[in-house]
Design a protein around this ligand. Structure first.
Ligand code: AMP
Length: 220
């Protein structure tokens, strides 16, 4: 089973994907995570991507499509994959279809998480994570129990994504509205798009996604 989780930055795509990976034994292919790894390694791709990511702009389609194609080829024997943060443009959606038919694969579900833009801005601008174990925190919604100490591993160093600055968040949301939202009708026409309310608790959203995957009708 292969699926795509869509939605604006901060909709909770990454969090939901991680839960689904465990439930259904899938592989998560997150283009954002792949790019951050490239940036960290200082590769040529990473250096090129960093400037665009820090500006809240999208990275060129050809680079992203190649990255995903390599990952899909690497994981031919898995039960399925979840695409997180991809596709983000009409060109990427078209390239994905070409790639899937070439590899005799198909997309089973496309799930769109619908969220309120103001809430997303609050979520993104306050989030940070443990530099050691990567567990997520938030300035308002989820502070560590002890100030400056990770609840899980005890580390005292935390990190914030460089693109979670307010100005960049606005650019990322604009990129989503102009380039990514227009791909929704493409999947709707194929009859595989389901939209769910992404503003509930993490568990509520998770339950709704599972209902869709297992053939039920999510109650919004
Ligand atoms: P994310 O972690 O999904 O929020 O992605 C972080 C940043 O990586 C985005 O703001 C873009 O600059 C870049 N990026 C991630 N996925 C894509 C994609 N599919 N197409 C273009 N740029 C992407």
């Amino acid at each position: 089973m292969n699926l795509i989780i869509l939605g604006p930055p901060g909709a909770g795509k990454g969090t939901q994907c991680k839960k689904l990976v465990k439930d259904f034994d899938l592989i998560q292919l997150s283009t954002g995570e792949m790019l951050r790894a490239e940036v960290k390694s200082g590769s040529r791709v990473g250096n090129k991507a960093k400037k665009l990511m820090d500006a809240g702009s999208l990275v060129p389609d050809d680079l992203i499509v190649e990255m995903i194609s390599i990952q899909i080829d690497k994981h031919v024997n898995v039960k399925g994959f979840i695409l997180d943060g991809f596709p983000r443009t009409a060109a990427q959606a078209g390239a994905l279809d070409g790639m899937l038919s070439e590899k005799a694969l198909k997309m089973d579900h496309v799930i769109q998480l619908e969220v309120d833009e103001d809430a997303v801005i609050k979520r993104l601008s306050g989030r940070f994570s443990c530099a050691e174990c990567n567990i997520g925190y938030h300035d308002v919604f989820k502070r560590p129990i002890e100030d400056n100490k990770c609840d899980i591993c005890g580390a005292q160093e935390f990190v914030r994504r460089t693109d979670d600055k307010l100005e960049t968040i606005h650019s990322r949301l604009a990129a989503y509205r102009h380039k990514s939202e227009p791909i929704l009708p493409y999947y709707n026409d194929k009859g595989i798009l389901k939209c769910i309310d992404g503003m509930g608790s993490m568990e509520d959203v998770h339950t709704k996604i599972k209902e869709i995957i297992m053939g039920g009708d999510p109650k919004n």
